[in-house]
Design a protein around this ligand. Structure first.
Ligand SMILES: O=C(O)c1ccc(O)c(O)c1
Ligand SMILES: [Mg+2]
Length: 626
């Protein structure tokens, strides 16, 4: 299947757009009229630029308010079309998109529109061009692809076809099955866009909130299956109007777009392997069995203080790397690695971001398969020199330029700890009852969130949760969960809009996105909290008002409430179960640990408690008066 994207989808001038689109691997491009008009090169030069970049111009658009006009406007609009045909011939654009009219002067009537399109098709044919008719979801008389198809059918001209746009059809909840009876060769191009489920005016929703397939909530896979069932074999062309994308990095957005189409075809293939053009053959999405380790980079002093904190939290120092300045600490199934090397990637990450959790190892079914899939989706593989006695662990670049390693049980990688680490037990600490990593919280600027949601969803068998607003006293942080059904991988992505929020400050102080907190699961949080207290761990002090409200809101028994209050444990409850949360103080740039306990089927993250946690962190990190 060929891929294409409309220039309107990304930022920059026309040259920057075309370069980013070519670099991302697209086959074709739709030239959006305004992007051309605002550019100071001739149509012939644009044509050459596209050709030099190996891009086919798939479409010129949009031609507006054409059909159904009375005279003299009708003749004027045909003249207008002829001028655009002149331009298209020079550009080498074979197809014009005519979108359904929104003009108050348009008269309506399927036969009138069909006659207009037929005449336009006749004129286009004389110039060697074609026209495609698209129903805008807010078109005055035509706003449904079924009506647009009937008009095209009655126009009955070989140079007149239909253009389908997933947004217009799916925003109006038109069943995708209705596409299956359209002949594939009468569909001249298919435009693809997803969008978040929002209850708003269709035009406003379309012009500001579209996003890449897989980033939103529309049933895009189903739509595409219906398209392919018709025999359509033209390009899938992204047409994404999105305020964020217009101000984002053209390269990143174009890469996301290409990845979204590869992923889309893969999902279609998975759902219906017999479809003719669903030809993407990627290694399958990889199930994740858990977080095998989290690796910090720090200088020696910070590494030692982190090591002491972890030991206070019940971790045991269980290994030292055979050739590097790298420590391993464990508790239950949790592995924390602290890297204080003075060269290599970890050190570079330290120099850029300061002490940080820059790498994460995921235990997957097949590590090489995960790497192969990630590469096929355009992720950047990571390799570094492997010393004798070390394993080449497959890895890719992840959030904030950090690393994502893949481990599995099926290869030598299963023995990584034995191969690379000398085992030792320096500190005979008391285990505090933490058994596994519950979740990893990654903080990023809000604009990057969709990129990472698509990244994780396209590579792994995970789903995304709804976007949740978290109120920081200085602004909003938007949070979205990436998790699998088993709960063995839980990532919370936090998008900060504002540098004054705690998450925003974390980003500016660590110079980019990264892991802001790590949550460990305990099976008895009260026992864990008592042990930590004995070890001298300072829990984040929670406001007394929070506990008074808990009593009022949830009617907790006094005993339970007193214990929560005494140990600074936050509490939440839903129909499925309960959630307990205990926080560490923040370190340095704002990193912290959380300890949680889930009972029953509680599957959330205590979002209702986040404002109280954030307020407590602000109090405890506030600069004390001298
Ligand atoms: O928002 C619009 O006007 C508009 C124009 C052209 C399109 O193809 C489209 O889907 C929307
Ligand atoms: Mg469109």
């Amino acid at each position: 299947m060929k891929t294409s994207i409309a220039t309107v989808s990304i930022s920059g001038d026309l040259r920057e757009k075309l370069e980013a689109i070519a670099a991302a691997g697209f086959d074709g491009v739709e030239i959006f009229e305004n992007d051309f008009l605002a550019f100071d090169r001739s149509p012939a030069e644009v044509r050459r630029m596209a050709a030099d970049l190996g891009l086919e111009i798939t479409l010129f658009q949009p031609f507006r308010d054409f059909e159904g006009l009375p005279e003299p406007q009708r003749s004027q609009t045909f003249d207008r079309a002829e001028r655009k045909f002149d331009l298209m011939v020079e550009l080498g654009a074979p197809l014009m998109l005519v979108c359904s009219s929104v003009s108050p002067m348009a008269l309506g009537g399927i036969d009138r529109a069909a006659a207009d399109l037929r005449e336009l098709g006749e004129r286009a044919a004389k110039r060697g061009l074609k026209i495609g008719y698209e129903a805008l979801a807010w078109g005055r008389h035509v706003n449904d692809h079924r009506d647009a198809w009937e008009i095209v059918r009655r126009a009955d001209h070989s140079n007149v076809g239909l253009i389908l746009d997933s947004f217009h059809s799916l925003s109006r909840r038109i069943p995708s099955d209705t596409i299956r009876s359209i002949p594939g060769d009468k569909i001249f191009i298919v435009q693809m866009a997803d969008a978040p489920a929002l209850d708003m005016d269709l035009l406003y929703w379309s012009r500001h909130f579209r996003n890449m397939p897989g980033e939103g909530d529309l049933p895009i896979v189903d739509f595409t299956r219906s398209i392919l069932a018709t025999g359509y074999d033209g390009p899938l062309s992204l047409e994404i109007f999105n305020d964020q994308f217009r101000s984002g990095s053209p390269r990143t957005i174009a890469q996301d777009g290409h990845r979204s189409l590869v992923f889309l075809m893969d999902q279609v293939h998975e759902a219906e392997p017999s479809l003719p053009s669903a030809s993407a053959h990627l290694p399958p999405r990889m199930p994740v069995e858990g977080v095998a380790f989290v690796e910090f980079t720090a200088d020696e002093a910070k590494a030692e203080s982190l090591r002491r904190t972890l030991i206070q939290m019940g971790f045991a120092h269980t290994g030292t790397h055979r050739s590097k300045s790298v420590q391993r600490l464990t508790q239950g199934d949790i592995n924390i690695v602290i890297n204080s090397e003075r060269e290599g990637f970890a050190h570079a990450a330290y120099l850029t971001h300061g002490p940080s959790a820059y790498a994460m190892g995921l235990k997957v079914k097949d590590a090489q398969g995960a790497l192969a899939r990630a590469k096929a989706l355009g992720a950047q593989p990571f390799t570094q020199r492997v010393n004798p006695g070390e394993l080449a662990i497959p890895a890719i670049r992840g959030i904030g330029g950090g690393l994502l390693y893949f481990l599995d049980d099926a290869s030598d990688l299963a023995r990584v700890w034995d191969v690379e680490f000398r085992s030792e037990l320096e500190h005979d600490t008391s285990d505090a009852g933490m058994v596994r990593i519950d979740h990893v919280a990654q903080t990023m600027i809000y604009e990057e969130m969709l990129t990472w949601i698509l990244f994780y969803r396209s590579i792994f068998v995970v789903d995304k949760g709804p976007m949740v607003d978290v109120v920081d006293p200085s602004g909003l942080v938007r949070s979205q969960v990436i998790e699998n059904i088993e709960g063995s991988l839980r990532l919370t992505l936090n998008g900060a809009d504002h540098h004054r929020t705690l998450a925003g400050r974390f980003i500016s102080e660590t110079f980019g996105s990264s892991v802001q907190h790590l949550a460990f699961a305990s099976e008895d949080i009260f026992a864990t909290a008592e042990t930590l207290r004995r070890n001298g761990f300072r829990a984040l002090p929670i406001s007394q008002n929070f506990y008074d409200d808990l009593a009022a809101r949830l009617g907790l028994e006094k005993d339970l409430l007193d214990r929560l209050r005494e140990l600074n444990i936050l509490y939440d409850r839903d129909a499925a179960g309960e959630y307990y949360q205990l926080y560490s103080a923040s370190f340095g740039d704002g990193f912290f640990f959380e300890i949680v306990q889930r009972t029953g089927g509680y599957a959330g993250y205590g979002a209702v408690n986040a404002p109280f946690r954030i307020a407590a962190q602000r109090r405890s990190t506030a600069v004390q008066p001298a």
